[in-house]
Design a protein around this ligand. Structure first.
Ligand code: GAP
Length: 550
């Protein structure tokens, strides 16, 4: 039985949802969720969580019965190269090289009918988790081009530098960080081409002689810092609290590569999480087991070690509770969207690798076919940015602390920063299965991410079936992206939709005319059940939310 508890920490009240469970004869209490600081909101949140848990329990109880009916499925998760994924994405309308009819344009990509839906769903899920789901975070949408002084203050004009190196054997250029440069100096196989600032410039003002040189933003973060004080006041924020943003960023990469992994135009999902200096983290760290690769392990050439993030904090491998909390929280977002933890690890930046603004950074890395690479960065930025903007703008950006009656500059204790395209790649690689029997790809995307939620078919072309199928399509189309598909054999239609990642196919047949129902087929289990058309919308909603399974 779950129940709400109140904890008082440094004069503030925090609410949690706890549960007592008998383990080996002893009653143990565990925390299920943090509910926020407001009792009423905590009660509403608790009710929602308890309802979800009950659904999950019923599902688990049904599972043994369900398993015995499962058809044998000849599907295996298949490791493919990034080139194979790019080919698949083009063939199925996920991603195209931009301006391909003109020979493309390196580092720029266009997203097709399925790609735009997947991308929008990734952004929606991120926003739901980071903004709607938390009472301590609000969102903004800042300008792509802003006053160029912003980038002088942030250090991007002076310190945002890439080094280009030419590999004489492979005849290709690549970028290295300053700390790696010594590997290529005095090596006859390489030539160091020089340093470059990856910010794109543009002229603002139509009359050339009066125009100003400005930059396309290389990160969304600075728009949060320059608006911090206004947002803090308008949204009546208190600390700890965050400001989130999703939007385009641009970097003139020396060597855009690996499909959409390193782009010149990309989208970022970033959050700046502000605290009072030295403010302790009051939240419980989600329990997450993950491979951990600390600076010490890297310097001692040791292997990453799998452990719980809570333990890594206890052992001082992760220095700050805030960092452990945000790493575990970000990982639990990926877990909720079905990314396998075998392909994820967290790696601490070496001190010589840290960005100019950071005192400690951990990356969530993914095992891509081209190696372990950064998926998401989580940096402690301290008060670097706000103090730089105070200095450069001459404006006071401090806020007033009601408790100490003093003005202070908040610190960004963690900045989770994730590229939409990198998340896109991870979800695609992780859900790529192959059906040997049918000889087609099955994209086992979480239904919340799937570009098309349901495909509606008349089993054969008959006016009475088609009439019901189009009524079902109309019933669902205002809620989700659904398609009405009546061409080809039923097998072809299933295969086509499995490849698009469509989790549910709804078929109208003879019985549907008599009984006013439809068959729903699950993409992963291949099981089918009949559902009354009057209950269909609600049932599909539960399937998408994971509250029902077929
Ligand atoms: N505000 C902090 C920041 O921008 P970053 O590590 O440079 O930090 C954050 O970028 C995330 O943005 C990366 O972890 C990655 O997911 C994504 N990203 C960065 N550069 C990218 C590029 N050229 N192409 C695609 N995604 C990129």
């Amino acid at each position: 039985m779950a129940f709400i508890v109140k904890k008082k920490i440094k004069g503030n009240e925090y609410f949690y949802l706890n549960e007592n469970k008998r383990v080996e004869g002893k009653v143990k209490t565990r925390t299920l969720a943090y509910l926020g600081k407001d009792r009423k909101k905590a009660e509403v949140k608790a009710k929602e969580i308890i309802k979800k848990l009950e659904h999950e329990k019923i599902r688990m109880e049904k599972e043994p019965e369900a398993k015995s009916q499962t058809p044998t499925i000849q599907e295996e998760r298949t490791e493919i190269s990034v080139e194979q994924l790019a080919t698949f994405c083009k063939r199925r309308g996920f991603v195209y090289p931009s301006a391909e009819i003109y020979g493309g344009f390196a580092g720029f990509w266009d997203f097709g009918p399925l790609g735009v839906e997947l991308k929008n769903n990734i952004k929606r899920e991120w926003w739901k988790f980071h903004v709607f789901g938390r009472e301590d975070v609000v969102g903004i949408d800042g300008a792509i081009i802003t006053n160029p002084k912003v980038w002088e203050a942030s250090g991007h004009v002076g310190h945002f530098i890439d080094f280009a190196v030419y590999d004489k054997k492979k005849k290709e250029k690549f970028k290295v960080d300053k700390h790696e440069l010594s590997k290529y100096e005095n090596n006859p196989d390489y030539e160091i081409l020089g340093e470059f600032n990856p910010m794109f410039t543009t002229q603002v003002g139509p009359v050339k002689k009066d125009s100003v040189t400005a930059y396309l933003r290389p990160e969304t973060a600075q728009l949060i810092f320059i608006n911090f004080k206004q947002v803090y006041e308008n949204a009546r924020m208190s600390l700890p609290g965050g400001i989130a943003q999703i939007g385009k960023s641009f970097r003139n990469e020396i060597a855009p590569r690996d499909f959409i992994f390193r782009d010149r135009e990309m989208e970022q999902m970033e959050m700046e999480y502000f605290i009072k200096p030295e403010q302790e983290c009051p939240y419980e760290i989600p329990s997450v087991d993950i491979n951990i690769f600390s600076e010490k392990m890297q310097k001692e050439n040791a292997e990453p070690e799998k452990m719980n993030i809570r333990k890594a904090l206890e052992q001082g491998i992760i220095r700050r509770k805030w960092h452990a909390y945000w790493l575990a929280t970000e990982l639990s977002w990926f877990r909720a969207l079905d990314v396998s933890f075998d392909n994820l690890r967290i790696r601490q930046h070496l001190s010589e690798e840290l960005s100019h603004y950071s005192s400690d950074t951990w990356d969530i890395e993914y095992r891509f076919p081209f190696g372990w690479k950064e998926l998401q960065g989580i940096a402690d930025r301290g008060d670097y940015d706000l103090s730089q903007h105070e200095k450069f703008s001459g404006k006071d950006l401090k806020i007033f602390d009601e408790q100490t009656k003093k003005r202070f500059l908040p610190h960004v204790v963690c900045e989770p920063a994730l590229g939409v395209e990198r998340a896109f790649l991870v979800f695609m690689f992780d859900s790529y299965f192959y059906n040997k029997e049918r000889d087609n790809v099955v994209l086992k995307l979480n239904p919340r991410l799937a570009p098309i939620k349901a495909a509606v078919f008349p089993i054969v072309k008959k006016p009475e079936y088609e009439k019901i199928a189009s009524e079902v399509f109309d019933l669902l189309k205002n809620e989700w992206s659904v398609i009405y598909d009546k061409s080809g054999s039923i097998g072809r239609r299933y295969a086509r939709n499995d490849e698009a990642g469509t989790p549910f196919c709804i078929t109208i047949d003879e019985e549907s005319v008599k009984k006013k129902d439809a068959t729903i087929r699950d993409r992963d289990t291949k099981k089918q059940i009949r559902v009354k058309i009057s209950e269909l919308k609600n049932f599909v909603k539960k399937l998408i939310d994971g509250e029902e399974k077929i």
